[in-house]
Design a protein around this ligand. Structure first.
Ligand code: 5AD
Ligand code: SF4
Length: 452
């Protein structure tokens, strides 16, 4: 719907007015969302611009999972104030808390915001700004008939959302509030999209969801698919494409899924399994729905069924009421598992969550910092320990490009999601699977030689 004064005789002017630029700050899920928004806008005749300076509509896509992400966005918005003063519109998309979005709107720092389940109304927001409320909001929005826009920038790995939202309600987490209840996409449409991605040249697809293990789809004839069924369907239909998935939830990961991973060569041997804490007291306060013992048992099962599987984690330190002995529980759990790698954070209270409303953020900042440093240091030791296991072993590496550090080296990843670099000696190109013998390593990279 056009505003009355939004009519131009001049085609060029219209093209300029319809140019948009989209910038991502968040996780892979946000990247996938940007592809959906881009697709919606292109269909409506908007024009994608690669330069922020040339765009009349500037979209920032990020999340507010930690306070830091909000600050990053605020800084970015301040940096381009001169563009807003020159008439550009600034819109915020992605998962932000209501209060954050509304305060930016009230301060006139942004022109509009759109919730993750309302991207279809973006054109309206652009023309009418936030005068129009989210009238197009859909309870079960999966963007089923929207084909995500792919940049075709010669990348050979890509992402695909299979679920949206989360039903878990971990007490620290803002995602259930910003992304809503979980909904799963139609498995047949997922396979169709995977095939389209394969035809575009992609060799690896990562299936995305806040909790992929709770994927569940059922049709009118009671034909149902859980995550194991979906994985198997994709693995069978696309035998030459590498399949990854993220994120797994310890509470929901089934034996069936582990068996499917071990059964199909094209499903990568890597599981990202956030633990958050090694202390039962803290896990309970976080409402994580598994105990330390159950988590360790799951790790044992993974190692038994998929012996080559790498395991990574998310750990959050300094949650409410975390004492020294809880922190030690986390360090001991890490020692027992020796993860390949992980993502480590300090607890950041998020308005609207259960923890924010009901628990006290009582671990002092300096203690949070000290504990985080200890966790990072220990993880570094474990990463080195795990990297050593690859020495002199041959890895199947999907070549993704030239190494950032040297033009003479290829860069890729093995099945375990570990970065491997090796000299470009033999006749290989991007998208090939190379057999690489590992000769050296750092805590994050394997360095090897391709075998002829
Ligand atoms: N503070 C710090 N880290 C958080 N995460 C989620 N919410 C918060 C928060 N409030 C971390 C968790 C999660 C990862 C995606 O982000 O470790 O697994
Ligand atoms: Fe947040 Fe927990 Fe859902 Fe992950 S599983 S998105 S941490 S509520």
């Amino acid at each position: 719907m056009l505003k009355k004064d939004f009519t131009f005789e001049n085609e060029i002017k219209i093209r300029i007015m319809k140019s948009f630029y989209i910038k991502n700050y968040g996780c892979q899920m946000n990247v996938a969302d940007s592809e959906i928004i881009t697709s919606i806008l292109l269909k409506k005749g908007f024009i994608l611009s690669n330069h922020i300076e040339n765009a009349k509509i500037i979209l920032f896509n990020s999340c507010s999972i930690r306070k830091k992400s909000e600050l990053t966005i605020k800084n970015q918005i301040d940096k381009i104030k001169y563009l807003k003063n020159n008439g550009s519109l600034i819109g915020l998309i992605g998962c932000f808390s209501k209060s954050f979005k509304e305060s930016l709107l009230n301060e006139k720092k942004i022109d509009f915001f759109i919730n993750p389940d309302s991207y279809r109304e973006i054109e309206n927001k652009i023309y009418n700004k936030n005068i129009v409320k989210n009238f197009y909001k859909r309870k079960k929005e999966t963007y089923e008939n929207i084909i995500p826009y792919k940049k075709l920038d010669k990348k050979i790995t890509t992402f695909l959302s299979i679920t949206r939202g989360c039903n878990n309600m971990c007490t620290f987490c803002i995602v259930p509030f910003t992304r809503g209840r979980e909904v799963s996409n139609n498995p047949f449409l997922i396979v169709e999209e995977c095939k389209r991605l394969q035809n575009l040249g992609y060799k690896e697809i990562t299936l995305l969801g806040q909790n992929v293990d709770s994927y569940y789809w059922i049709d009118n004839n009671n034909l149902s698919f859980n995550f194991a069924n979906l994985l198997e369907l994709i693995a069978k239909k696309l035998p030459t494409v590498r399949i990854r998935f993220s994120t797994s939830n310890p509470h929901d990961m089934s034996n069936e899924v582990l068996k499917i991973i071990s059964k199909y060569d094209n499903i990568c041997n890597h599981i990202h399994l956030p633990v958050q804490s090694g202390s039962n007291k803290i896990l309970k306060l976080m409402n994580r729905k598994y105990s330390r013992e159950e988590y360790l048992f799951l790790i044992k099962k993974i190692r038994k069924l998929i012996p080559n599987c790498s395991i990574s984690h998310d750990i959050m330190t300094g949650f409410c009421n975390e004492e020294d002995n809880d922190h030690l529980d986390t360090l001991h759990l890490m020692d027992e598992i020796k993860y390949n790698y992980g993502y480590m954070f300090s607890y950041s209270p998020r308005p609207g969550t259960y923890a924010y409303n009901n628990l006290i953020d009582n671990v002092p900042k300096n203690i949070k910092k000290k504990r985080l440093q200890e966790i990072i240091k220990l993880q570094n030791e474990h990463s080195l320990y795990r990297m050593k296991e690859f020495l002199e072993k041959t890895q199947k590496v999907l070549i993704e490009g030239t190494s950032k550090k040297s033009n003479n080296y290829w860069y890729g990843r093995n099945s375990q999601n570990i970065v491997v670099v090796f000299p470009k000696k033999i006749n290989l190109k991007i998208g090939n699977i190379a057999l690489v013998n590992v000769k050296k390593f750092t805590s994050s990279t394997l360095i090897g030689e391709a075998i002829k």
